[in-house]
Every structure is written in structure tokens, then in C-alpha cells.
Design a protein. Structure first.
Ligand SMILES: [Zn+2]
Ligand SMILES: [Zn+2]
Length: 128
């Protein structure tokens, strides 16, 4: 899914403030997650998942939404988190893209690594 990045201000010599907003709809493709220690080593969980797994692949336990990762780990979703919004290189990308509204993509590359890239004003691909 595509996000947008609206940059209003990039740092200048006089003032190093940056102003930007992240837009777009946040969904599973940008939600971050972590392994649930509480569920991961519980043998009874696997059977419970088989029974209760919701049609959309989500599963509630101890008040949190879980999913199964591609590697089979039981993960807790960081609901309302966005890997783009939280990305450590986001401000770098903002500076590289400059003022304007840009399409930005965020992808999970495995091992906790998220890649972000934006499209510049001429459609060129920009990596931070
Ligand atoms: Zn998002
Ligand atoms: Zn859990």
C-alpha cells in the first residue's frame, strides 16, 4: 500500500526544523509486530490457534491482536503503529525528497528490517 509524505519545510542554514506529515491508510502492510513471549512457548497455543484463528488471520489473546508470521512465530501486532512513521530514516527521506507531496512505500524485509523509499518530483526513486 502506498503512503504519502507531505513535506512543508526542510532544514535551512537559519533554521533546522523539519515539517512533514505522513498520510495514507495504515494497514497490515505497515503495522509493526514483535514476538509474543507470553504465547510463544506455550504448547497449548498451537491448538487454540487452529480452533480460533479468525478469517482475517488475526487472533485475540490477553487483550492483544496476534498474527502468525511467515516463519511460524506468534506475533503481537503493534496496532496503530506505522513502520514508516516510526522509521529511523524518515527524516532523512524527508530531506532528500524536499518540499511537496510524495508517494512513499514501506516494505518489511525480514529480521526486523523495514525499507522505505519515496518517489521524487520527477518520479525518481529515492532511498534514504
Ligand atoms: Zn502506515
Ligand atoms: Zn500473546
Amino acid at each position: 500500500m502506498t503512503h504519502t509524505l507531505t513535506v512543508k519545510k526542510v532544514p535551512s542554514e537559519a533554521d533546522d526544523n523539519v515539517e512533514y506529515t505522513v498520510g495514507g491508510e495504515h494497514d497490515r502492510s505497515c503495522e509493526t509486530y514483535f514476538i509474543c513471549d507470553q504465547c510463544q512457548d506455550d504448547e497449548s497455543i498451537t491448538a487454540e490457534i487452529m480452533d480460533d484463528w479468525a478469517a482475517d488471520g488475526e487472533w485475540m489473546r490477553h487483550g492483544r491482536t496476534h498474527i502468525e508470521s511467515e516463519g511460524g512465530d506468534i506475533m503481537v501486532l503493534h496496532k496503530n503503529y506505522c513502520a514508516l512513521r516510526e522509521h529511523p530514516d524518515l527524516s532523512l527521506l524527508v530531506e532528500q525528497l524536499g518540499v511537496g507531496t510524495h508517494d512513499v512505500e514501506v516494505d518489511y524485509w525480514g529480521d526486523g528490517r523495514w525499507e522505505i523509499m519515496g518517489y521524487g518530483s520527477k518520479g525518481e526513486v529515492v532511498y534514504p
